[in-house]
Ligand binder design. Structure first.
Ligand code: GDP
Length: 297
């Protein structure tokens, strides 16, 4: 479907005469291809443009190493620049959950994978980090969503806060906090309600919960296949609520990973995890190398 960028670049350079250093013209020709590849991978136009400009400055005049072709060399420069943009500070996937009980607020639109990711992350914290985790669903308008979290909790052996009918999300958050303290939990996760689109009521509700819980981490869960929409959602949530990181779901799909690059470039927030399937262990630490490889094809 997509022609491999490395092959494409080799083709471009085959037509150019070999020189001792990458000329302006070489680099420009190659970067036109890079720009197309980025756009095909669903990177937004301004991000692709800035990125290509940065690479152009870096590549022009670089001596061509004997062991590689100019095409391979540009690919390497692009690859390294992608990784620079994609990687966040600190350990990938690290969470600030040192002082127990540490609240993690899970936010996002409906259908993005929030509830599934809440359970996947709880399982990971329990199994990899030996944490005692309590999960609570705050989706009072959708009893099915609350039950879904309870079912997943049983499946992965993680406790969920018992459902009490008629409570508001803020009341549930307060009860989760109390319960987490009394029960000696290390972490409690608040799975907030989602909507099909961002609306004032959703934001007010999440804000009220945030103010009560004072979360150590606020993770936005977004569908990585939605490309630019995912980036807009992240910008919106970050402005209104303040997020500490992003989880990109459905990265097992055939998207080309461009959303990850735009996400980092536009919001500046780290992508902490990626969802790679529906199963409870299909959550992995975000690896910039893997996404860079996928974007380059
Ligand atoms: P929520 O409305 O945001 O809470 O979304 P859910 O957690 O209910 O997920 C919606 C659907 O997406 C479910 O069928 C999940 O199994 C599925 N899903 C969630 N994460 C992933 C993922 O990383 N990959 C795939 N293929 N499916 C996912």
């Amino acid at each position: 479907m997509f022609e491999n960028l490395s092959e494409r670049l080799s083709g471009v350079f085959d037509r150019l005469t070999k020189q001792g250093a990458l000329s302006d013209e070489d680099v420009k020709t190659a970067l036109r291809e890079v720009r197309v590849a980025l756009l095909e991978a669903d990177v937004s136009l301004p991000v692709a443009r800035d990125f290509v400009k940065a690479v152009q400055d870096k590549a022009t005049g670089q001596a061509v190493t004997k062991s590689v072709t100019p095409g391979q060399q540009v690919v390497k420069i692009v690859h390294d620049a992608l990784i620079d943009t994609l990687k966040g500070e600190g350990e990938p996937g690290a969470l600030k959950i040192d002082s127990p009980p540490a609240p993690i607020l899970m936010v996002g639109l409906q259908g993005g994978g929030k509830t599934t990711t809440t359970a996947k992350l709880a399982k990971r914290l329990k199994e990899r980090d030996g944490k005692r985790v309590l999960m609570a669903s705050l989706d009072v308008n959708r009893p099915a969503a609350m039950e879904q979290l309870a079912i997943l909790g049983v499946q992965i052996g993680v406790d969920t806060l018992p459902i009490v009918k008629g409570e508001t999300p803020v009341q549930i958050a307060k009860r989760a906090k109390t319960q987490a303290g009394l029960g000696g939990y290390d972490v409690y996760m608040l799975d907030t309600a989602g909507r099909l689109s961002i609306d004032e009521e959703l934001m007010q509700q999440v804000k009220a919960v945030r103010d009560v819980a004072n979360p150590r981490e606020t993770l936005l869960v977004v569908d990585g296949l939605t490309g630019q929409d995912a980036v807009h959602t992240a910008e919106n949530f970050d402005e209104r609520i303040g997020i500490t990181g992003v989880v990109l779901t459905r990265m097992d799909g055939d998207g080309r990973g461009g959303a990850a690059l735009s996400m980092r470039a536009v919001t500046g927030k780290p992508i902490k995890f990626v969802g790679l399937g529906e199963k409870m262990d299909a959550l992995e630490t975000f690896e910039p190398e893997r996404i860079a490889g996928r974007i380059l094809g």
